[in-house]
Design a protein around this ligand. Structure first.
Ligand SMILES: [Zn+2]
Length: 53
C-alpha cells in the first residue's frame, strides 16, 4: 500500500516543452507555472495531458 502524498512534488511533463520542473505561487494553488516555457497550467489539466500520452 502506497500512502505517499504527492501534493508538492510534480513529476509530470509539460505538454508544451516537455519540461518536468514546475513552480506554484502557493502550495494550495490549483495551477502551476512551467519553468521551461512559463506556461501556466492547472494541475488537473497537466495530469490529463500526461495521461493522454
Ligand atoms: Zn513548458
Amino acid at each position: 500500500m502506497n500512502l505517499e502524498k504527492h501534493s508538492r512534488t510534480i513529476t509530470l511533463r509539460c505538454p508544451t516543452c516537455a519540461g518536468s520542473t514546475f513552480e506554484s505561487e502557493s502550495p494550495e494553488s490549483h495551477s502551476v507555472t512551467c519553468t521551461g516555457c512559463e506556461r501556466v497550467i492547472s494541475r488537473e489539466e497537466l495530469r490529463r495531458e500526461n495521461e493522454e500520452n
